[in-house]
Design a protein around this ligand. Structure first.
Ligand code: UD1
Ligand code: CA
Length: 467
């Protein structure tokens, strides 16, 4: 979105959030995998903010660190003297700015870029001193109320719940705390704020009343989407915000052509991407920077994080973390793909198989009960049930290299470092400690000896002795 009028975004994120009862700063509590303040930063970006200033205070360093990937300016509010005071801290950074200043709280993770964009456009169209969003709620308890002129219906001021008269408490129009200001007029009004109120704070909400009393026009944009402004002050609101955001994300993916079988039990993180025609089955969590290719089916009962899944893959009841599955691969049920697992096309991983830091060539099959770690396996090789790569000697990790078109018999123990060539057969039950050349058979087990009639003789002796 590119707005016709440039604006600076100011995000208030210094508050303590006492009602969260947490050692983590409130704005860092995650909603669908992202700290809530990060959602607000993204919304500001999406709306086209030229600069973004974040006011930090409580847990300032943690907030800065959490947002290190963004191009932001930080100001510190060392004393929490209210939302108006927080904006005062940002004032020196907007002194020379010709344009609008959008102020939003850092605890409204559902806020959309589109809404900010519309508010900025509204101020531009009306040429007003400020524009604010309002909403209508049956019970706006706790929120600031919008007081309008009884005759003209024009905006007059915002009164905080605590400061309302009994009559004002009946007002259903509430303040969701998203405003855009003409920067010069904001800077003029801020010094006029006073702490002469029940809170003993500088209330940003008073800026709007001050501007109106000075004769300026305030544009009001009334939203029908109150959910978008859900402010998170406690853990239950955090849960509510998370569940609304989760549904929103699922709906967005359905729109691009993904199938979600059960929205009630599906979790898709903020930075996941799905391609059309993938299917997500129930009880599935896809998180981190994961991408799922077209035609792939995931779940049920799967957990995937920071992984790249190609096209037409099938992941069934499995766990993947930092893994790559190229096209047409399958895994599960109960496969565990750990960091560095990389499956080339058409590789197949079965039940109770763990793969770590290993590349499996195309069409490799590891169907049952196996651990492959720090290894490389060539194309079309078959790894039999119960194979273990012994990659760790108690001090360091060693690699196992297995060539193409080989056959590793069931219950083989491959002691690394080890190199097995192409077209090799390892006899079932072998303990392999020496490299095997291409084309060879390795047998590393006690040779079987059969003793004719031994058991019958032994049994007869026992039976006779018992008589
Ligand atoms: C604020 C509004 C209220 C509105 C409500 C909507 C004011 C005075 N009131 O109330 O009208 O209905 O939001 O959710 O603005 N913050 C600072 N420094 C401070 C105080 C707060 O940075 O000194 C930050 C907080 O971290 C938070 C935001 O400002 O992100 C809002 O503060 P909060 O205390 O939650 O305000 P509310 O009481 O919710
Ligand atoms: Ca709040």
């Amino acid at each position: 979105m590119s707005v016709t009028s440039p604006f600076i975004g100011v995000i208030l994120a210094a508050g303590q959030g006492l009602r969260m009862k947490s050692s983590l700063p409130k704005v860092l509590h995650p909603v669908c995998g992202l700290p809530m303040v990060e959602w607000v930063v993204r919304a500001m970006h999406e709306a086209g903010a030229k600069r973004i200033i974040v006011v930090v205070g409580n847990g300032a360093d943690k907030v800065r660190t959490a947002l290190a990937d963004y191009d932001l300016e930080f100001v510190e509010q060392s004393e929490r003297l209210g939302t108006g005071h927080a904006v005062m801290m940002a004032a020196p950074l907007i002194q020379d700015w010709e344009g609008q200043v959008v102020v939003s709280a850092g605890d409204t993770p559902l806020l959309e870029g589109r809404t900010i964009y519309d508010l900025v456009e509204r101020l531009t169209e009306e040429g007003s001193a400020a524009a604010l969003t309002t909403g209508i709620l049956d019970d706006p308890s706790g929120y600031g109320r919008i007081v309008r002129n009884k005759v003209t219906g024009e905006f007059e001021e915002i009164v905080e719940h605590k400061n309302c008269t009994p009559e004002q408490l009946l007002i259903k129009e509430w303040n969701p705390a998203l405003y855009s200001f003409n920067s010069k007029l904001l800077l003029e009004a801020l010094p006029q704020l006073s702490r002469d109120n029940k809170q003993g704070e500088y209330l940003l909400t008073d800026v709007l009343g001050i501007l109106r009393k000075s004769g300026y026009w305030i544009a009001v944009e009334t939203t029908r989407n109150n959910d978008q402004f859900l402010g998170v002050n406690d853990r239950w609101q955090l849960a509510e915000a998370s569940s609304l955001k989760r549904i929103q994300i699922l709906r967005d993916w359905c729109e691009i052509g993904a199938t979600i079988l059960d929205p009630g039990t599906t979790f898709i993180g903020a930075d996941v991407t799905l391609e059309p025609d993938c299917v997500i089955l129930p009880n599935t969590v896809i998180d981190g920077k994961t991408s799922i290719g077209t035609g792939s089916a995931i779940g049920p009962n799967s957990w995937i994080k920071d992984s790249v899944i190609g096209q037409n893959c099938r992941i069934f009841m499995s766990h993947l973390d930092q893994a790559v599955m190229e096209d047409d691969c399958r895994c599960g049920p109960f496969s565990n793909l750990r960091p560095g697992a990389h499956l080339l096309p058409e590789a197949k991983i079965g039940n109770f198989v763990e793969i770590k830091n290993s590349t499996l060539g195309s069409e490799v099959s590891v169907s049952h009960l196996t651990y492959i770690g720090d290894s490389q396996v060539g194309a079309r090789t078959n790894i039999g049930a119960g194979t273990i790569t012994c990659n760790y000697d108690g001090f360091s990790k060693h690699r196992t290299l297995i060539g193409a078109d080989s056959f590793i018999g069931s219950n083989s123990t491959l002691v690394a470092p080890l190199k097995i060539g192409d077209e090799v057969m390892i006899a079932a039950g072998s303990v392999v400690t020496k490299d095997v050349e291409s084309g060879d058979l390795a047998v590393g087990r006690g040779r079987q000896e059969n003793k004719p009639e031994w058991y019958r003789r032994w049994k007869n002796q026992k039976v006779t002795a018992d008589r």
